[in-house]
Design a protein around this ligand. Structure first.
Ligand SMILES: [Zn+2]
Ligand SMILES: [Zn+2]
Length: 83
C-alpha cells in the first residue's frame, strides 16, 4: 500500500519483522514495537532494546533500522521537567 522505505531487520540474524505484534511490555501490552520505535502505546515506556523473535537476542532499537535517515528516532532520555 504505502511506499515504505524503512528497512528493518535484526542486526544479529537479519530476521525481518512482519508487522505483527510480537513484543510485550512489562505493563502486559502487546504490540508491534516498530510502529512506535520501541515506545509502548499503553504506558509510554520506551524500550531501548528490542528482542528478536527469531534468534531471541536483544539489540538496541536503532540498530534494527538499516535506513536511519528516513526515520525520526526519539531515543533520548525523556526530559523530566522540574519546576
Ligand atoms: Zn535475530
Ligand atoms: Zn507498557
Amino acid at each position: 500500500m504505502g511506499n515504505k522505505e524503512e528497512k528493518i531487520a535484526c542486526p544479529k540474524c537479519s530476521w525481518e519483522p512482519d508487522g505483527k505484534p510480537y513484543w510485550m511490555c512489562h505493563c502486559s501490552c502487546v504490540w508491534n514495537t516498530f510502529e512506535t520505535y520501541g515506545k509502548c502505546p499503553e504506558c509510554g515506556f520506551v524500550h531501548k532494546k528490542t528482542q528478536c523473535i527469531s534468534c531471541h537476542q536483544y539489540s538496541p532499537h536503532p540498530d534494527w533500522y538499516l535506513d536511519l535517515d528516513n526515520i525520526d528516532l526519539v531515543l533520548e532520555e525523556e526530559k523530566v521537567e522540574k519546576l
